[in-house]
Design a protein around this ligand. Structure first.
Ligand SMILES: [Zn+2]
Length: 54
């Protein structure tokens, strides 16, 4: 089992700041993270993201 924790940059929809999040929080093409700058809970689809096939 690989233990890769790739970091991805997502922009907060509320304040527009960059957030560095683990790629493994993406589930079924959707990312959910709390903004480190304004605490807004972002939850939006990530177009083009492909889950790693096993
Ligand atoms: Zn924010």
């Amino acid at each position: 089992m690989n233990d890769e924790n790739e970091k991805l940059i997502f922009f907060c929809e509320e304040c527009g700041e960059k957030n560095l999040v683990d790629s493994d929080i993406i589930k079924e093409g959707r990312v959910t993270f709390k903004c480190a700058h304004c605490n807004y809970l972002n939850n939006y689809p990530v177009p083009g993201f492909k889950n790693k096939a096993n």
